[in-house]
Design a protein around this ligand. Structure first.
Ligand code: RIB
Ligand code: CA
Length: 312
């Protein structure tokens, strides 16, 4: 059984990823850590509680960092709705957030059971960076670390065209995380925005999933409405981009990956045009040990099936 600690900024695709991972037989989400990102921490935390109630699983939710390490980043409410769940107005009925601060809970759990957990980050890396500042030995205590973030050849999705949202929202935090994992000699399994585009989900499949009729499928349909019905988000597209579900597919079934390359990845924190860019030393010019396993190709059908299994 793979045990997951999930750091997230729900977020429509975060919600979709949580549906997927919590339906997988060999995986158990043991904690959800929320972070500000797509929308503010109050919304992401409330959304995490809403999602946990919707899937009827007893997963503790810990609230984390409200804002980025240094400079305030832009949010993604235009994609996810002002409430972060497609302006669906869904709210938790009774579930409460845990009193413990997310970075503290992460350190406590990883220290109590070293090498027991897969840490998954599908939002800005602020919580992870703060935890690293509190406990620099954290990488040694984590079994696997999977990150949805970056754009490995500069094809991003933010106002800085070379930067992807999770990194651009807090470049200083991302810098701390990539640097620390590099120093530990362990690899970040990196699922970037460019892979998300390569493995977009054909809208005809999505339309079929909306009609499955299960409670999970109805929840998916309710929160994802902007992903299908908003011309500004779908115009000219034939596929739904699902960044966080793609990362969770790599988490739950690493065997679906068919091509990955280990490289040294740097995060740019300065620069008029480059802030938040993930710069890859593709030709190992710096001679530095890799800090990331960049996921380049995977079995699309397996990904789609895992996504669908989360909706039944
Ligand atoms: O760039 C995509 C990432 O940014 C996803 O994690 C999405 O939820 C947003 O946080
Ligand atoms: Ca996210």
């Amino acid at each position: 059984m793979q045990r997951i600690l999930l750091d997230t900024d729900p977020g429509v695709d975060d919600a979709q990823a949580i549906l997927m991972v919590t339906a997988h037989a060999d995986t158990k989400v043991e904690a959800i850590f929320t972070v500000g990102g797509n929308v503010g921490i109050e919304h992401t935390t409330r959304n995490a509680l809403t999602i946990v109630e919707a899937i009827e699983q007893d997963i503790p939710v810990y609230a984390g960092c409200e804002s980025a390490f240094v400079f305030e980043g832009e949010d993604a409410a235009y994609v996810h709705g002002n409430d972060g769940l497609g302006d669906s107005s869904l709210r938790p009925k009774s579930r409460q957030v845990e009193p413990e601060f997310a970075p503290t809970a992460l350190i406590r759990m990883a220290t109590a059971e070293p090498d027991a957990f897969t840490l998954v980050a599908i939002g800005p890396l602020t919580n992870i960076a703060l935890a690293l500042r509190m406990d620099p030995t954290l990488p040694e205590k984590i079994k696997r670390f999977v990150v949805m973030g970056g754009a490995v050849t500069g094809q991003g999705n933010t106002s800085n065209v070379a930067a992807e949202f999770n990194i651009f929202a807090d470049p200083e935090a991302a810098y701390v995380v990539f640097e620390a994992w590099g120093r530990s000699g362990k690899l970040i399994e990196l699922v970037d925005w460019e892979a998300t585009i390569r493995y977009g989900i054909p809208f005809e499949r999505v339309e079929a999933w909306r009609k499955i009729g299960s409670a999970r499928s109805k929840f998916f349909d309710t929160v994802s409405n902007r992903s299908f019905d908003r011309p500004s988000l779908t115009e000219g597209r034939t596929k739904m981009f699902a960044a966080d579900p793609l990362a969770l597919a790599v988490v739950v079934e690493p065997s679906c990956v068919t091509h990955a390359e280990d490289r040294f990845v740097m995060v740019e924190t300065g620069g008029m045009y480059a802030r938040g860019q993930t710069i890859v030393d593709w030709n190992s010019r710096l001679g530095k040990a890799p800090n990331a396993r960049i996921i380049l190709e995977l079995e699309a059908e397996r990904f789609y099936q895992l996504f669908e299994d989360g909706l039944k």
